[in-house]
Design a binder for this molecule. Structure first.
Ligand code: BGC
Length: 739
């Protein structure tokens, strides 16, 4: 099955090699386009200009545009909508745009976060695959389906670093780590956009939420963030920069207050960093009503003030609220806004519309949509990528995989048969009936040879225990039990923060009741964030983390439970033992009093271990791997030099499997203190039983440097440690010096 994915990817790579040069030439040789844009701007009335800066919401359930939108578009006073989708709906509204005076094409946006119709694992789950080709492929398929349905612009990828699992939106990103997050940001942008997003199978991407939204205080959504500039440069900016380097042409300004200046009115991040330092020439869209929210933030005194603050700071397009349009004229009169500022925002938006090819080809080929959505090929990719995202957290005495000739099997848990939940939050245009549940997947796998006893036990909230006895009886009567527990999809995602990240309700009691039967069982988790599952980790024989795995969830889970696929995912985020440990992440600073069990006055708690329940980068396999023979191409390099680190990886078990080989460094002394470990390379290696291969990483200045106190990127001379391991807490060690 992996072979097939790689063929598809090889095809993609070929395609991008083929298109890269011509496209970048085309994108950058834009003098002609710039001339056209300026000529167009010269013809535009103020109302038409402000219209280009406006985005409003279509009807989410049907994907249709509202009557008002037709009117505005026809008048040339609405540049973009979100949620209007479906080739027919899109063409209808586009026809109105073509009837407008200047025929500026309309831009259709939608949240395509982990799939359009074919739903892939939630982004946090997909990050657990540590497989960038998988991320690129899922984004490519999502793009292909979206564009066929008329959506030209996705509000993805979300590249917020998230180190607080109480925050529900941790599910939408790549987890806690800046390097992993940057790699996934690059891969996802490339998957969506390719090297030319005017192509009919690509969409424009949007790096969100700029910036630091994931650092919401106490994990409460929309909450304040207060982060030093240096930490922004070293931790929170890099995934956005990676997205920019991959060619992303839009950013979304976030809801949060950042160091006292709300991110949607923050001239430093929006103009100084984005436009001036990074030379970003695309445009910024506000998050939903974040321009309006400048008022409750206590930053803008009224609507006009909010509009001028956001637009002057560098928010080019306003989503949903209409303050730019309602106040633009007055603000110009009062000299709170200049025509040049408005023109610059319009220019950026038109530039991206040109790059999308919308001026040449505003309409969608309506015959493509049905042929493109949810094809067997897309489902197949979704199944393979889902299997790659699962993390085997525990597997005592090879409890898993299960034999396919098992006679009687109990499956317990509401999540085991919920089509809705496996689709996760932000499931695009995914349809509930398309989804395959765990129960269905196991039935598909085993046919009629096994007697399956399904008992719900309780739903994800698990307030009602009346079915517990029935669940226990099913476990008693069966040879093996699969217990499916975790969160409903709605428990993570936007506005879904939790103060307690235990298994909800009485789920743990259900597990304990089944465990008390002394019959063998395995726990399958579905959830959008790390959970504090200490009892389960200690007492249950096997635990498989499956996140929310998408349309093909059930088939993929059955593939792994019954050994047709071998789990190889690793945690992209630390699992704490207790909410009290949060924030807990592997690449913390050492402190002046690092943890020392024998020293009361060291950095620790009195009542709990300092270690997490499961560390970043952790995950097991049905086979075993050994790393050996770490070697460096050199032990001394110049600050602008690079270095190879090699290691042999050996599949020492009896079945084929994947190991994610991880490279970490520590810069021992810095002009700004450096973390105790930092991921700087990884490779997911597929090995047959007994196979041995050498993996080589190259450490370059990009990986060795950091932003110093002046926020300049530097590689400082000094000693480094390097580890190559199977998680963030093990590994072969070596060292080198930058001279
Ligand atoms: C979310 C964004 C999303 C937007 C449009 C907002 O509430 O924060 O991530 O893209 O809505 O749906």
């Amino acid at each position: 099955m992996y072979l097939k994915i790689s063929k598809f990817v090889a095809f993609l790579t070929l395609l991008s090699i083929f298109t890269t040069n011509s496209v970048f030439a085309q994108k950058r040789s834009s003098a002609d386009t710039e001339r056209k844009i300026n000529a167009l701007i010269a013809k535009m009335t103020l109302a038409e200009k402000l219209g280009q800066l406006q985005q409003i919401d279509g009807d989410f359930p049907t994907g249709a545009a509202r009557p008002e939108q037709f009117e505005m578009v026809r008048k040339g006073t609405l540049g973009s909508t979100l949620n209007v989708r479906g080739a027919k709906n899109v063409n209808e509204l586009q026809r109105a745009a073509m009837e407008s005076r200047l025929k500026i094409p309309h831009l259709f946006a939608f949240d395509v976060i982990h799939g359009y119709r074919t739903i892939f694992p939630v982004p946090l789950g997909e990050a657990a695959s540590f497989d960038l080709k998988a991320a690129e492929l899922s984004a490519y398929i999502a793009a292909k389906e979206s564009r066929a349905a008329g959506v030209a612009w996705t509000f993805a990828p979300m590249v917020d670093i998230a180190r607080d699992p109480r925050w529900g939106r941790i599910v939408e990103g790549a987890g806690e780590d800046t390097y992993l997050g940057s790699q996934f940001a690059w891969a996802r942008v490339r998957g969506f956009q390719g090297t030319d997003y005017s192509q009919p199978d690509r969409v424009l991407a949007c790096a969100k939420h700029w910036v630091a939204y994931g650092a919401a205080q106490a994990g409460r959504d929309y909450s304040t963030t207060d982060i030093s500039e240096n930490t922004l440069y070293n931790v929170y900016f890099p995934p956005f920069k990676a997205a920019k380097d991959a060619g992303v042409d839009t950013f979304m300004s976030s809801f949060n207050d950042l160091n006292g200046i709300p991110a949607s009115a923050n001239r430093w991040t929006l103009t100084e960093v984005l436009r001036n330092q990074w030379k970003f020439d695309g445009f910024v869209v506000s998050d939903y009503t974040s321009v309006m929210e400048l008022i409750p933030h206590g930053f803008a005194k009224d609507e006009a003030d909010a509009a001028q603050l956001a637009l002057n700071a560098g928010v080019d397009m306003e989503m949903v609220s209409r303050f730019y349009n309602q106040n633009g004229e007055q603000l110009l009169k009062n000299k709170k806004l200049t025509v040049a500022t408005i023109d610059e925002a319009v220019r950026r938006i038109l530039r991206v519309k040109y790059r999308l090819g919308l001026f040449d080809k505003p309409y969608i080929d309506e015959s493509l949509e049905a042929k493109t959505l949810l094809t067997p090929e897309h489902r197949k990719a979704a199944r393979e990528i889902a299997a790659k995202s699962f993390v085997l957290l525990k597997n005592d005495n090879q409890t898993l995989p299960l034999r396919k000739n098992i006679k009687e099997l109990a499956i317990i848990g509401g999540l085991a048969d919920s089509k809705e939940d496996v689709l996760g939050s932000w499931n695009g245009d995914g349809k509930v009936p398309d989804a395959v549940t765990l129960l269905e997947g196991v039935k598909n796998k085993l046919g009629n040879n096994t007697k399956i006893r399904y008992v719900k036990g309780c739903d994800a909230k698990c307030e009602d225990t009346s079915e517990f006895d029935k669940a226990v009886d099913a476990a008693k009567d069966s040879d093996f039990t699969i217990l499916v527990v975790g969160e409903s999809a709605a428990m993570s995602g936007e506005a879904s923060s939790r103060s307690n990240i235990d298994l909800p309700g009485r789920q743990l009691d259900l597990i304990k009741a089944v465990a008390a039967t002394k019959k063998p069982y395995a726990v399958v988790l579905m959830n959008g964030r790390p959970l504090t599952i200490n009892w389960v980790a200690e007492n249950s024989p096997a635990i498989l983390e499956t996140w929310f795995a998408g349309t093909e969830a059930g088939n993929a889970i059955a593939d792994v439970l019954f050994g047709d696929a071998n789990p190889g995912g690793k945690l992209p985020v630390t699992f704490p033992r207790s909410v009290g440990q949060i924030p807990i992440f592997y690449n913390m600073m050492n402190t002046g009093r690092p943890f020392d069990a024998s020293n009361k006055y060291s950095s620790k708690y009195l009542d709990i271990a300092n270690t997490p329940l499961y560390p970043f980068g952790y995950g097991l396999s049905y086979t075993s791997f050994a790393l050996s023979n770490i070697r460096l191409s050199s032990t001394q390099i110049a600050p602008n030099g690079s270095l190879n680190v090699s290691v042999d990886v050996h599949n020492t078990g009896s079945r084929e499997g994947a190991e994610v080989v991880q490279l970490y460094i520590r810069d021992l002394v810095g002009s700004v203190t450096r973390p105790v470990k930092e991921l700087k390379g990884f490779e997911r290696v597929e090995l047959r039983a007994g196979e041995k291969r050498t993996v080589t990483f190259t450490l370059k200045p990009e990986q060795l440097g950091f932003y110093n106190a002046q926020n300049k990127f530097v590689v400082e001379p000094g000693d480094f440690k390097v580890w190559v391991g199977q998680s963030s807490v093990d590994g072969l060690e070596s060292s080198f010096t930058v001279k």
